[in-house]
Design a binder for this molecule. Structure first.
Ligand SMILES: Cc1cc2nc3c(=O)[nH]c(=O)nc-3n(C[C@H](O)[C@H](O)[C@H](O)COP(=O)(O)OP(=O)(O)OC[C@H]3O[C@@H](n4cnc5c(N)ncnc54)[C@H](O)[C@@H]3O)c2cc1C
Length: 468
């Protein structure tokens, strides 16, 4: 995006709130804003809405290891629609550190469209937020570009859910990229799926060779390693992480059958199709805002998909009769730019379960930095705790009518590695949408910093958000 003094455009579109980016954060922000009564336009550069919700991965950060829901509101509404359409599986534990929420990613595509429709959000697909105009720290206009030409919007507030902080950074907010010291970026991953997986045979294999998997004593649940393994088998769903430290994967990597990877994360997608998703492929240290470099990863990631599905069929019981069934709609991007706001969520905030007076949502995921090859930093929050995400992390420095939500919120690299998961992204999205709608409805307030925090928290709680 570029900042320009005078914007050129072909036509105008009226809206109170513009949400840029229709990933999980953007759909939550747009729905919250529209449900609060604001005329809301959601734009995305791509062809589909929902982001990684429709890639096959399960949702993390919504339910703690001890089975407590810590994100509600917009997320719950969306999951209810997914259940109405027959695509909801629900919380599934891996009995190590994660309690994910599983659902059918194909049905989720339909649920996302319905959720936005019922919320009253106007949408524009294939549309890039391209140019902005600012005056004294205020975004006064955004030009959207698509096949119909250039459209000018002059919203009261903009919510940047672009993942890359496109709007906030173009408007002048400071930012950081990946690991500033080393130039590292978390790995890119192309998610894929396989059908006809025999979950019982797979679980029996896990029980017979637990050292191949990440299974351990779980103090937060008061369970020994053996009890965790038994509980995983009883649960009956194929949710496990096969580790590079285990014999089966280690051998495959050593022989070149598999590419170097820390773990193969397997999760259920559909009971009916006996389908799982596999989070395994990886290419690290690519700046995904460099479109040429991002595009250059596609073939190698596809080759990794082929090697990994062949490895599973050949070497992992339960997968002998499974078949490759699909790819995520796009390459998954874990990390690009983080906008610097009024507070940067830090490692200590996460691991210390820090509480803030201006809490707008809870985070619960571990520190989780995917490096190159088998390199992977993971550090869990002691006692399956949660931390507060303060409203200040959503306010870019120097801007009065822009909010950020999702994976570009203000955080250090380690803070980001926890808050980037979809549960937390949807919580920050809901908070940004609710705050922007407040701003749009109050003629005498022109800076998001002046929104009374108790009133914002009251509105969030009334809409089902979890704040404590
Ligand atoms: C491979 C992988 C595995 C993961 N595993 C899990 C997991 O198991 N569970 C979990 O909960 N989380 C997981 N995560 C993290 C999580 O999925 C993401 O961090 C989260 O989905 C980010 O959501 P977002 O809405 O902030 O951004 P994004 O999903 O990146 O959405 C940003 C959207 O903005 C659009 N956009 C960007 N710029 C513009 C512009 N200028 N104009 C218009 N549109 C624009 C893009 O097209 C995109 O759709 C994983 C991430 C990856 C990549």
């Amino acid at each position: 995006m570029r900042r320009e003094a005078m914007l050129e455009f072909d036509h105008e579109i009226a809206c109170d709130i513009l949400v840029v980016g229709g990933g999980c954060a953007g759909i939550s922000a747009a729905a919250a804003a529209a449900q609060s009564g604001a005329k809301t336009l959601l734009v995305d550069a791509g062809a589909m809405l929902g982001g990684e919700l429709i890639s096959g991965m399960p949702l993390i950060g919504a339910v703690t290891m001890t089975n407590r829901w810590v994100v509600g509101g917009m997320l719950k509404q969306l999951l209810d629609i997914c259940q109405e359409f027959g695509g909801y599986i629900g919380p599934v534990s891996d009995f190590r550190t994660l309690n994910v929420v599983a659902f059918d990613s194909e049905i989720m595509k339909i649920a996302v469209a319905e959720f936005l429709h019922r919320s009253g959000v106007e949408i524009l697909l294939y549309t890039l937020a391209d140019r902005i105009e600012t005056r004294h720290g205020r975004v006064t206009g955004v030009v959207l570009r698509n096949k119909s030409g250039r459209s000018l919007v002059r919203p009261r507030a903009v919510i940047d859910c672009s993942g890359d902080g496109d709007v906030a950074i173009s408007a002048g907010a400071p930012y950081e990229s990946g690991d500033a010291a080393t130039g590292a970026f978390q790995a890119l991953t192309l998610m894929f799926r396989m059908v006809n997986v025999d979950a019982d045979a797979f679980l029996r294999f896990i029980a017979s060779q637990p050292d191949d998997f990440d299974l351990r004593h779980q103090p937060a649940l008061g369970m020994t390693r053996e009890q965790c393994i038994a509980a995983l088998v009883r649960q009956g769903l194929p949710k496990a992480a096969m580790m590079a430290t285990g014999l089966t994967l280690k051998r495959a990597i050593a022989s070149g059958e598999m590419f170097p990877v820390s773990a193969l994360a397997i999760a259920p997608v559909s009971r009916e199709r006996r389908e799982v998703s596999i989070n395994a492929t990886r290419i690290a240290n690519i700046d995904a805002t460099d479109t040429q470099r991002l595009s250059g990863t596609i073939r190698d990631l596809m080759l990794q998909v082929r090697s990994c599905s062949a490895f599973l069929k050949r070497s992992v019981p339960g997968f002998e009769n499974a078949h490759f069934s699909g790819l995520a709609p796009r390459v998954g991007i874990r990390e690009t730019k983080r906008v610097i706001g009024e507070h940067q969520l830090s490692r200590d905030d996460v691991l210390g379960s820090h509480r803030f007076d201006d809490v707008i949502g809870l985070g619960s995921h571990e520190l989780d930095v995917h490096g190159a090859g088998t390199d992977h930093l993971r550090e869990v929050i002691p006692g399956a705790g949660t931390y507060d995400v303060p409203f200040r992390c959503l306010i870019p420095k120097g801007l009065s009518n822009v909010l950020i939500a999702g994976r570009c919120i203000s955080s250090t690299r380690e803070g980001h590695s926890s808050a980037r998961v979809m549960g937390t992204c949807m919580a920050t999205g809901q908070a940004a949408g609710t705050a922007a709608a407040y701003l749009a409805g109050e003629a005498n307030i022109d800076d998001v910093r002046l929104i009374p925090i108790e009133e914002l928290q009251r509105r969030l709680a009334a809409a089902g958000a979890v704040l404590n």
